[in-house]
Design a protein around this ligand. Structure first.
Ligand SMILES: Cc1cn([C@H]2C[C@H](O)[C@@H](COP(=O)(O)OP(=O)(O)O[C@H]3O[C@H](C)C(=O)[C@H](O)[C@H]3O)O2)c(=O)[nH]c1=O
Length: 183
């Protein structure tokens, strides 16, 4: 089991310990005491799960304070490019992006603290993504950044023209137009 820091403060990659035998494998996808031993005091209150087809881009989303969510993201089936953008105004890495492939095979998870916008693209034929949140859904506090913000220049690693984006997400603003209350 390991936690690996990323260049964005607080954003961590978690890799569980895998127990393999002649039947297959077992791993603890989440263990509160292991996170607390790393000083990660999160009280997850909601599990989300989505199924998506190849080319889907969900996000970039966040919830405003006081409903801002820490998310622990993992892939149950398939593979995604998971993307987090630091939108904490006083952060030294404000506007910086971290992306990582999370897959059924690599079993990696991304811990995304409050203060980040989150999104992912689906790289496999289909993908099932599950993520724990430490605050409940609050529709009124939702914010987001459009997936093709020219200042972020995100590479979603999809073939030309393959993107599937919701009507709602096509209306999201660029980061520079975002009104968010993350200090
Ligand atoms: C997020 C959420 C949504 N919903 C309802 C609202 C809509 O009627 C429906 C689909 O919601 P949405 O289109 O916002 O789903 P995604 O585009 O997958 O949104 C997620 O995408 C990115 C990757 C995220 O990190 C966010 O957690 C989340 O915003 O589920 C709920 O009932 N509860 C919830 O917590």
């Amino acid at each position: 089991m390991s936690f690996t820091k990323t260049p964005l403060d607080g954003l961590l990659v978690f890799e569980p310990r895998i127990f393999e035998d002649n039947r297959g494998h077992f791993f603890e996808a989440y263990n509160k005491s292991l996170f607390e031993a790393e000083g990660l005091q999160y009280n997850f209150v909601q599990d989300n799960q989505s199924f998506s087809k190849y080319g889907t881009i969900r996000g970039l989303h966040y919830q405003q304070n006081p409903y801002a969510q820490c998310k622990l993201v993992r892939v149950l089936h398939g593979s995604i490019l998971d993307v987090a953008v630091d939108i904490r105004k006083k952060s030294a890495t404000y506007g910086k992006v971290f992306s990582i492939e999370l897959t059924e095979e690599n079993k990696k998870q991304l811990l995304i603290p409050a203060g980040f916008a989150h999104g992912f693209s689906v790289l496999s034929e289909t993908a099932v993504v599950m993520y724990k949140c430490d605050k409940l859904y609050n529709k009124e506090s939702e914010g987001g950044i459009i997936y093709n913000d020219p200042h972020l220049a995100l590479d979603w690693q999809l073939s030309e023209g393959a993107g599937i984006v919701s009507e709602k997400d096509l209306l999201l603003p660029q980061l520079k137009e975002c009104k968010n209350n993350f200090e």
